[in-house]
Each structure stands twice: as structure tokens, then as C-alpha cells.
Design a protein around this ligand. Structure first.
Ligand SMILES: Nc1ncnc2c1ncn2[C@@H]1O[C@H](COP(=O)(O)OP(=O)(O)OP(=O)(O)O)[C@@H](O)[C@H]1O
Length: 402
């Protein structure tokens, strides 16, 4: 543990922060799970740290022990040996209600109770925590909004009256009900068609932008792992961790032949898919606000090589581009002058999505926004070219001996 992390932990309140893994962080220490009657352990002496606020993807072939790992973390089963630290404490010592408050769980096919309405399903954990009815109802509506389902339309429905994608959204809402710092997602989108799956992946990333949870996500789909993971653990039999690194590190430097074989090919496109706009240097453009004086904005533009300014609203969201022509003859505030910006892309978008956006909307400049739509910078084809060149340079570096 670095001194910095230790120092941060010392000032923070919760036990997991004091443990140095960050809020919602999880640690597995020499964890082994041997099912009765099985010759080889499903999980064999695994040690790994899942840092708070990250999406960690467990990626491995069928039978590599991914579900077993999740069930261990959630204490649905007990380890044969080893320790799992949740909320800064040995998970075995936490009472089950405390554990549920700390970790939400989403499984394939959502696992909703068929005889309960959406509202009852979503409100299960708050009910278990004995919240009063009014608070539960308000929370259910808030969560339905969060997962893009109109509360008035959906709260009274039964699971059979929903599509697979909608059921999965309800599954996510249910897991988030008590606002747990961590969420386990076991192949949540596995049974969905590719379009619905893509939409739900995007929604999860958007949610994560706002919520910053610790998410452990199981899949055997490499592209899903690359798209979602801040870090990916590639698992072999017995959950042996073959590599635990960022998507780029894995693509550029596979740790061994197993990882290389697992990845298959097409690494160049995958780099674009797995690199986020947030991770590349953005183009900086002079900034202005509607109340700014036209002369001052003109001077700001003249002082830069860009030739125009981006106008932000009172909440720092990008709204217009202002060229000097737009300001011709204007004295005093620039007001509503200029041309509307293209729909912004989120900092969490992949470089591939940024490229598609630049091509589809025929704009040379697309603003990038972070949480709550706050302006972060601008992306151009040049931004992407530089990022790709950078990655290629890194890829040319000799591979580490395994
Ligand atoms: N309840 C159980 N009793 C006995 N063996 C089990 C049990 N659950 C899982 N196993 C075995 O443990 C190993 C790991 O299973 P697990 O379900 O964790 O793998 P997985 O990586 O999640 O697989 P999949 O991708 O197919 O869901 C497998 O060999 C499986 O047969």
C-alpha cells in the first residue's frame, strides 16, 4: 500500500477506506473453494484486490470459477480457506443484512420474483432494512428513473409484462436500492440480443459516471469486458488470475500465451473500442459564457490558434460555438450568438464511438462532457489520430518476458 493511499485511508471514515482499497473495495486473500466431492478446487488460492469505484471484469471460459468467486464475495457460499474482506472487514464476520446493504447483486435473467410487481421487486432490500413505506416508494421511483423506465408506467407491472432488457434494468435498479457501495453483476446481459446488450452496457457506463460504484462484472465476452472494465482479470481454471490489468495493458502486453490465445486477434480495433475519450488528451478551445463581453471573447479567440470559442451555459454545459463573424458589430454580452454545438459525447465513450460521432454528424469538433454534462474539452479527428499513434508506439515496445 502506498503512503498516499494509507494517508487517504487514515482520514476517511469507513472501514474499507481505512483498509486502503477505497469505498466499496473488496479483497480476496488466498481464497480457495473446493465443492464437496470435487477433485479440483473451483477457486484455487486466489488473491486479488478490487479497488473502490472501479469496474472490475472477471473474464474467463466456462467453468473457470467466475460465479463461484461472486457467490463467495456475496457470502452465498463459504470459502474452504482464505479470507474475503468487504467493507474493511472479514465478510464471514458481517451479518447478512449488513452485507446486503454493502453489496448489490445482479444475475443473468434478472432473477426477479414473478409474482411481485416491479415496485415490490425493487423495494425488497429497503423493505428488509425496514424503511417506511413512503421512503421505499420514493426510492423505487427514483431508481426506475435512473434506469430509464417511466415509474408511472412500470412500477405496477409484473416481470412477465417486461422485455428481457427491461427486466435486466429492473434487476440493476433492485441491486442499487439501498445505495450499496459495491455491486456484483454475474453475466447480467448474457441472455440479451446484441442491440439490447449494447444499450444496457451504455446505460451501465452512464450510471457508473454518476454513481462511482465498485462493480465486479462477470462475462465470457471479451468485447463486453474491454468496453466495461476499468480493469480486467483474465481467469484460467480454478480462477487462476492469468492477468489483471487495464484493457489497454492487456491488449498491448498480454501476460502469457493463455491470455494471447484468449484474446484471439483484431487487437487494433479492440484498442479503439477499449480506449476511452477520458484517457486521451483533448483539444482545448477558448471558452466563453453568454454574459461575457464580445470584445473580451474576440481577444480570447485571437490569442489562440483555434479561431473560435465554445460557449458554456451557467452549469458549464457546452451550448454553442462562437466565431468572430458571429460577434461582428456586437458590443456588450455575446448573448445567444453562434452556432449550436453537436450533441456532446461523454468522457466515458470509447474512441470508436467518438470516431463514429465525428463521421456521422459531419462535425469536425465534438464537445466532450463529464458527469452532469459538464464540459471537459473537445475531440477532433486529430485527437484520435494522436491517441492511436501513441498506442502504436507503446505497442512497439518489446514484450515483457513472462
Ligand atoms: N454447487 C456445486 N457443486 C459442485 N461443483 C460445482 C458447484 N458449482 C460449481 N461447481 C463446479 O465448479 C467449477 C466452477 O464453476 P463456476 O460456475 O464457478 O464457473 P463459471 O466460470 O462461472 O462458469 P460459467 O461461465 O459456465 O458460468 C465448475 O467445474 C463447476 O462444475
Amino acid at each position: 500500500m502506498s503512503d498516499e493511499v494509507r494517508a487517504a485511508g487514515a482520514t476517511a471514515g469507513t472501514a474499507d477506506e481505512q483498509d486502503g482499497v477505497g469505498r466499496g473495495g473488496i479483497r480476496l486473500i488466498n481464497v480457495t473453494k473446493r465443492y464437496p466431492g470435487q477433485g479440483t478446487p473451483a477457486v484455487d488460492d486466489v488473491t486479488m484486490t478490487i479497488r473502490g469505484g472501479e469496474i472490475v471484469v472477471l473474464l474467463g471460459p466456462s467453468g473457470s470459477g467466475k460465479t463461484t468467486m461472486m457467490r463467495l464475495i456475496n457470502r452465498l457460499i463459504e470459502p474452504t480457506s482464505g479470507k474475503i474482506i468487504v467493507a474493511g472487514q472479514d465478510a464471514m464476520g458481517l451479518d447478512p443484512t449488513e452485507l446486503r446493504r454493502h453489496i448489490g447483486y445482479v444475475i443473468q435473467n434478472a432473477g426477479l420474483f414473478p409474482h411481485m410487481t416491479v415496485a415490490t421487486n425493487v423495494g425488497l432490500v429497503p423493505q428488509m432494512l425496514k424503511w417506511d413505506k413512503k421512503r421505499i416508494a420514493a426510492r423505487v421511483d427514483e431508481l426506475l428513473e435512473l434506469v430509464d423506465l417511466d415509474p408511472a408506467e412500470y412500477r405496477g407491472r409484473y416481470p412477465r409484462e417486461l422485455s428481457g432488457g427491461q427486466q435486466q434494468r429492473i434487476g440493476v435498479a433492485r441491486a442499487l436500492a439501498a445505495d450499496p457501495p459495491a455491486m456484483l453483476m454475474d453475466e447480467p446481459f448474457g441472455a440479451l440480443d446484441p442491440i439490447t446488450r449494447g444499450n444496457l452496457q451504455d446505460s451501465l457506463l452512464r450510471l457508473q459516471d454518476e454513481l462511482g460504484k465498485t462493480i465486479v462484472f462477470v462475462t465470457h465476452d471479451i468485447d463486453e469486458a474491454l468496453k466495461l472494465g476499468d480493469r480486467i482479470a483474465i481467469l484460467d481454471k480454478g480462477s487462476r488470475v492469468a492477468q489483471y490489468a487495464t484493457p489497454q495493458e492487456i491488449l498491448l502486453n498480454p501476460a502469457d500465451d493463455y491470455v494471447e490465445q484468449f484474446l484471439g486477434g483484431g487487437q487494433a480495433m479492440r484498442l479503439l473500442q477499449s480506449s476511452r475519450v477520458a484517457d486521451v488528451p483533448l483539444q482545448h478551445v477558448p471558452e466563453a459564457r453568454t454574459g461575457d463581453d464580445a470584445d473580451a471573447v474576440r481577444r480570447r479567440i485571437e490569442g489562440s490558434e483555434i479561431g473560435f470559442a465554445i460557449v458554456l451555459d451557467e452549469r458549464d454545459r457546452p451550448v454553442r460555438w462562437a466565431h468572430p463573424d458571429d460577434l461582428d458589430g456586437v458590443t456588450g454580452p455575446i448573448g445567444e450568438r453562434g452556432m449550436d454545438v453537436a450533441p456532446p459525447i461523454r468522457a466515458r465513450a470509447t474512441l470508436q464511438q467518438a470516431l463514429e460521432s465525428l463521421i456521422q454528424i459531419e462535425h469536425e469538433w465534438v464537445p466532450v462532457v463529464g458527469p452532469r454534462g459538464v464540459y471537459r474539452g473537445t475531440v477532433t479527428l486529430g485527437t484520435l489520430q494522436n491517441a492511436i499513434r501513441d498506442m502504436k508506439d507503446r505497442a512497439r515496445r518489446p514484450r515483457r518476458p513472462s
